[in-house]
Design a protein around this ligand. Structure first.
Ligand SMILES: [Zn+2]
Length: 129
C-alpha cells in the first residue's frame, strides 16, 4: 500500500494517517494558525507604523501653524516618507491629485513639488471645485 510521506507543516515531523493531514495533531495545527495570525498582524502593524511615520513627516513639514507648505517631493523621500502608503486619495475634476495620511495630506504640484497641508474641517482650496 502506498503511503504518502508528509511532514507536519508546523513541527516538520512525519505525519501519519490520512493523506490530507497537514499536522501531526491539534497542538501543531493551532500553533501554526496562531503564528500565522501573528505574522498577519505584524504586517498590519508595519503598514500602520509606515502610515504614522508618513503622517508625522507631513506634520513636521507643516509645523509652526502654517496651513500649507510647498516642498519638493524629494525632500519627503529624504525624510523617509513612503509614497506607497496613504489613508485616502482623491482627484478633483481639474485633475488635482490629493493624497492623505490621516489628518495631513498633500496636493501634487508640477515638477515634483508638493503642497503639504493639515486637514482642517471645511478647509477650502482656492483651486478646488
Ligand atoms: Zn507537528
Amino acid at each position: 500500500m502506498y503511503i504518502e510521506r508528509k511532514h507536519c507543516e508546523y513541527c516538520g515531523k512525519m505525519v501519519h494517517g490520512r493523506s490530507d493531514k497537514k499536522f501531526c495533531d491539534d497542538y501543531c495545527r493551532s500553533s501554526f494558525n496562531n503564528e500565522r495570525r501573528v505574522v498577519d498582524s505584524k504586517e498590519m502593524r508595519n503598514i500602520i507604523n509606515t502610515l504614522k511615520l508618513n503622517r508625522n513627516i507631513l506634520e513636521s513639514i507643516v509645523a509652526g501653524g502654517i496651513e500649507k507648505v510647498r516642498v519638493p517631493k524629494e525632500k519627503l523621500a529624504r525624510l523617509g516618507y513612503n509614497f506607497k502608503y496613504h489613508t485616502q486619495t482623491n482627484t478633483n475634476w481639474k485633475g488635482n491629485s490629493y493624497t492623505y495620511c490621516f489628518d495631513y495630506g498633500f496636493l501634487r504640484l508640477e515638477n515634483d513639488w508638493l503642497l503639504v497641508f493639515r486637514v482642517i474641517k471645511d478647509l477650502n482650496f482656492d483651486d478646488e471645485d
